[in-house]
Design a protein around this ligand. Structure first.
Ligand code: F6R
Length: 369
């Protein structure tokens, strides 16, 4: 049942090219237009949407954070991300022109379900991104966009996360297309690049030997930091969450720009820090800025483990380790950069002799508030 892998998590990490590919499957009609399933929201209603609120918990909320950057860029519709358990109690503002997008692998997370119900009470349109057919959250929503990751057995989410991000991109591109004009042209070219991701993931998964080795050597580590910027910021948060869940190690993810506002005080000799580097093509010189962050923390003794695109030579002088990922456009990079962080957490957990698939104190779906 584990298909030759030692754990479900390892199997599911290797299913990620399919999780992304299958989630993209059948999303375009003959004219090349994107299609969604189970839509009881009309195109006109969607054209009128002037605000999007994403509600989710844990890993799904990090998928939402990635989505915020992408959807805002492609559509110019303001997007906010609200942890589902905070949403309902924050006296949220919503109208019939607000689209509340819930993201949930299980479709049964009580916090997320209650947020969706509250959104409906406020008169908002509700769309569920979900991996489980027939589950409660899609039933309670006006529309559904199913992710096709297949059943996820390991408690820690991996392939569902990639499928969630993919579904969010599809939604963003669909909304861009509805807006027409240059938005629609951009959507076409991004969609093409998105279809190249499964093959790039396949290639990336074949390069993980060094990451496994790094993990094995770090079994005694007490704390690991993760830095990222833009869409790399939620990836850093997700890397830290995976490590907490699976290896019971203190881990924190930061926006790299925040470093100098406090967290840099944590850096001392030997502190391991993962840095998710934006591709050199990222706007606003973010690549250069993150490279100088790496330089700064290295000068203070950090052990820098750098996740960087193929061909990015700028990071080399300041990296103790370089983990290479295939190049893609900046907003799509999370589908690739998160993979080494998942593999790292998995192998650190098994190096410590822990139960990878069933971490302590956790359940696969959290059906209480
Ligand atoms: C992390 C993890 C959790 C879930 C969260 C939401 O590995 O599994 O953080 O992502 O509990 O679960 P769903 O997506 O089922 O609503």
């Amino acid at each position: 049942e584990k298909g030759g892998y030692a754990t479900f998590m390892e199997k599911e990490i290797h299913e990620q090219p399919h999780a992304v590919g299958d989630t993209l499957l059948g999303r375009t009609d003959i004219e090349g237009r994107l299609v969604l399933d189970d839509m009881s929201i009309t195109e006109d209603q969607l054209k009128d949407v002037d605000r999007i609120i994403i509600v989710a918990c844990g890993t799904a909320a990090y998928a939402g954070m990635v989505a915020k950057y992408a959807i805002e860029h492609w559509t110019r519709i303001p997007v906010e991300v609200s942890l589902a358990h905070e949403f309902r109690y924050s006296d949220p503002i919503a109208s019939e022109r607000t689209l509340v997008v819930s993201i949930s692998q299980s479709g049964e997370t009580m916090d997320t379900l209650m947020a969706v119900k509250h959104a409906r009470e406020l008169g908002a349109l509700t769309l569920s991104i979900c991996n489980t057919h027939g589950s409660t959250i899609p039933r309670e929503s006006d529309a559904v966009l199913y992710t096709h990751a297949g059943p996820e057995i390991a408690v820690a989410s991996t392939k569902a996360f990639l499928a969630q991000i993919t579904a969010c991109y599809v939604l963003g591109l669909y909304l861009a297309q509805l807006r027409g004009g240059t938005f629609a042209d951009d959507a076409q070219s991004v969609m093409k690049e998105l279809h190249e991701i499964p093959a790039k993931l396949e290639e990336l998964l074949g390069r993980m030997d060094r990451v496994k080795e790094i993990a094995r050597f770090m079994a005694d580590t007490r704390s690991v930091l993760f830095l990222g910027r833009n869409v790399g910021y939620p990836v850093a948060m997700e890397g830290a969450l995976k490590l907490k869940e699976l290896a019971y190690i203190h881990a924190e993810g930061f926006a790299a720009g925040e470093l100098k506002h406090g967290p840099i005080a944590l850096i001392d000799a030997g502190q391991p820090v993962f840095i998710v580097v934006p591709g050199p093509g990222t706007p606003h010189e973010l690549h250069k800025k993150v490279v100088s962050n790496i330089q700064e923390i290295r000068a203070r003794g950090a052990r820098t483990i750098v996740v960087a695109e193929d061909g990015d030579e700028d990071v080399v002088p300041f990296a103790d380790e370089v983990i290479r990922v295939p190049a893609t456009s900046p907003l799509l990079a999370p589908l690739l950069t998160v993979v080494p962080l998942q593999v790292f957490a998995l192998h650190l957990s098994s190096a410590k002799g822990l139960d990878v698939d069933q971490p302590r104190n956790l359940a696969k779906s959290v059906t209480v508030e």
